[in-house]
Design a protein around this ligand. Structure first.
Ligand code: AFP
Length: 358
């Protein structure tokens, strides 16, 4: 049903940024990102029809086997944004070094970082995947060095994701709330459908890959054990667990229905699995803009000072009360005051106890 009063993403961004310094340039940059997302949505929904399944023989900078769509979506993001004269440089999960704008194009002041296809290991069985993006201000149109990208997440000027599910939905923020748009393929435009998203303060849902439980630190083991104990345990209420193994899908559910999501550090992944610059930081900004909280377990995620472009970081985000509880459990563990929970069994198994106290 077409109603002339529907708000397109372009109109929304121009309105939201009309009084911001350099706001119209940032709006134009985000409209280019939106165009790339529409192109990615088109190829992602073709699936096997265009050979976009299976794996390549190549691996990315993370050492992960690449999918055809990983490479194609990466190319789409680069070529939809490199020409605008708004961007000083780009960083992609699929590129070890930052991408310099080709000489034939002007540079601008912004740094665009992205995971072009998050959750791509789910492509072959048609589970929702997504694109995550983050925008920082380089402040000048010179060629950025890698160090220029290493700004804490609180410095982001915009962030967002697209989820390619039954509908293609994009959620973004320019620091004035988190807002969702649904792609209307008939007119080829994103329409505002979820203004002012809010993460419910309380929740009974948690999302974590429980197969890693034996590798977690005791505070995360404690939190999940208590959720699983439900009404008969210290939380005195039942919880539900979800794990889609596609961050955009798990985070989108949290923005719509609440919950807490975690990919914590563990004995296998000392810094967690998720990348700070183009997965954790953009999601953390969106969650905070929606009234939730985002933490490493031991501190605000957006205050994390990056040391490397592709560094990983532990992630706990979602409903504020649950994130605060998990942070409290980490404080008690680090202070050695979590004894009532940590059995001798956990002492023997936790390699972190000595490390955390060192
Ligand atoms: P892929 O992009 O390789 O599928 O990884 C997805 C992801 O980075 C994130 O989207 C998921 O939350 C997480 O990894 C899933 O990790 P596990 O496969 O270890 O559960």
């Amino acid at each position: 049903m077409f109603t002339p009063r529907r708000t397109t993403v372009s109109k929304f961004l121009i309105e939201q940024l009309k009084n911001s310094p350099d706001g119209q340039a940032l709006a134009a940059l985000l409209i280019d990102v939106t165009a790339a997302i529409k192109a990615i949505s088109a190829v992602a929904t073709k699936g096997a029809l265009e050979g976009n399944v299976g794996s390549l023989t190549t691996t990315n900078v993370q050492g992960e086997v690449q999918k055809p769509l990983d490479v194609l979506t990466h190319e789409i993001m680069l070529h939809h944004n490199e020409w605008s004269g708004l961007i000083a440089g780009m960083a992609s999960e699929e590129l070890e070094q930052p991408y310099d704008i080709p000489a034939e194009y002007q540079r601008g002041r912004y740094l665009l970082m992205f995971d072009p296809l998050d959750g791509s290991s789910n492509i072959d069985f048609n589970v929702a995947v997504g694109t995550i993006f983050s925008v920082l201000d380089h402040g000048k149109d010179s060629v950025p060095a890698e160090a220029d990208y290493l700004q804490p997440g609180r410095r982001q000027v915009a962030a967002g994701y697209a989820i390619y599910g039954p509908a293609t939905v994009m959620v973004l923020t320019v620091g004035q709330g988190a807002h969702g748009f649904t792609l209307d393929r008939e007119i080829g435009n994103f329409i505002l459908t979820h203004p002012n998203l809010r993460v419910p303060e309380e929740t009974d849902q948690f999302a974590i890959n429980a197969s890693n439980e034996r590798f977690w630190e005791p505070p995360m083991q404690r939190y999940v054990e208590e959720c699983k104990a439900g009404k008969s345990g210290p939380r005195e209420r039942d919880f539900n667990m979800r794990w889609i193994a596609s961050m955009v899908a798990d985070v989108h559910r949290i923005l719509i229905r609440g919950g807490v999501f975690s990919y914590p550090r563990d004995e296998k992944n000392k810094n967690g699995r998720l990348r700070l610059m183009y997965e954790a930081n953009p999601m953390a900004l969106l969650i905070e803009q929606a009234g939730g909280a985002a933490s490493t377990g031991r501190g605000r995620l957006l205050d994390e000072q990056p040391q490397a472009l592709h560094q990983r970081v532990p992630v706990v985000l979602g409903s504020k009360s649950e994130v605060e509880r998990i942070e409290q459990y980490h404080r008690e563990f680090d202070a050695g005051t979590d004894k009532p929970f940590v059995s001798p069994l956990f002492n023997e198994r936790s390699l972190f106890r000595k490390e955390a106290r060192a």
